[in-house]
Design a binder for this molecule. Structure first.
Ligand code: GSH
Length: 231
């Protein structure tokens, strides 16, 4: 049962792993929201109108019915879980929530973060060097660190899912990165059999495919017809 208080009314969305995580999370919850597709390639995320809403200049962001804008993917997931606890994805007791958050943080810090930095500093350098401080000499080390994290997790995976018997946001976060980064040259190491079969299990959930980014290019939606952020 959704709790009272401001409700989510619009998702500022784009390609990328964290936006995918939020879409995956919403789909698992059965929540369908209007979306504003932020054109990162055209720099719409650095547009003053967008920065007024979300000073980090990133996606995703969630607009609430009282005008509040929530940035940061994990925070958005936490809000949605509290807003609609049905189909729990962060646990149902204090202990389950703590265990989920522990694994969520571990996969984020040990795998996802170094993976994305390896990409920004490596293959993504030309795109990202004007947007953030890039450290090209760290690219190889970051990718290696992400592989260390995957091997570490592979050795610990016992149950069906990352945080135990229940499918949680820790699985969603990790899947969104591993699925997308495999196409960018950062696959699961061959010796990680448990992690590979986990990826197959997570990928078999309908929301895995449904959460893929389907870009509506500028050609498909000419600028005059594209909705403005304030609309
Ligand atoms: N800390 C943010 C990171 C979100 C993030 O990395 N968003 C990417 C999506 S591709 C983005 O907006 N990149 C564009 C940019 O930073 O210019 C979160 O957890 O939501």
């Amino acid at each position: 049962m959704p709790e009272s208080g401001p409700r989510p009314i619009r998702l500022f969305d784009s390609f990328g792993m964290i936006p995918r995580m939020v879409r995956f999370f919403l789909l698992e919850k059965g929540i369908d929201l209007p979306r504003h597709e932020v054109d990162l390639l055209l720099g719409e995320n650095r547009d003053p109108d967008y920065l007024k809403l979300n000073p980090s200049g990133q996606t995703p962001a969630l607009e609430l019915s009282d005008g509040t804008i929530l940035g940061e993917g994990p925070v958005i997931c936490e809000f949605v879980e509290e807003f609609q606890p049905d189909r729990p994805l962060i646990g149902t007791t204090a202990k389950e929530r703590a265990i989920t958050r522990m694994w969520w943080r571990r996969v984020e810090l040990n795998i996802c973060q170094p993976m994305i930095l390896g990409f920004y500093y490596g293959e993504g350098l030309e795109t990202y060097r004007t947007r953030m401080r890039c450290i090209p000499e760290a690219a190889i080390g970051m990718k290696e660190k992400a592989r260390d994290g995957m091997r570490w997790l592979d050795g610990l995976l016992r149950g069906e899912w990352v945080a135990g018997p229940a499918f949680t946001v820790a699985d969603i976060h990790l899947y969104s990165f591993l699925d997308e980064m495999a196409e960018k040259g950062q696959s699961i190491p061959d010796d990680c059999a448990a992690l590979k079969s986990w990826l197959d299990r997570a990928g078999a959930r309908p929301a895995a495919e449904m959460s893929l980014w389907r870009w509506r290019s500028a050609e498909e939606a000419p600028p005059g017809e594209r909705p403005r952020i304030s609309s």
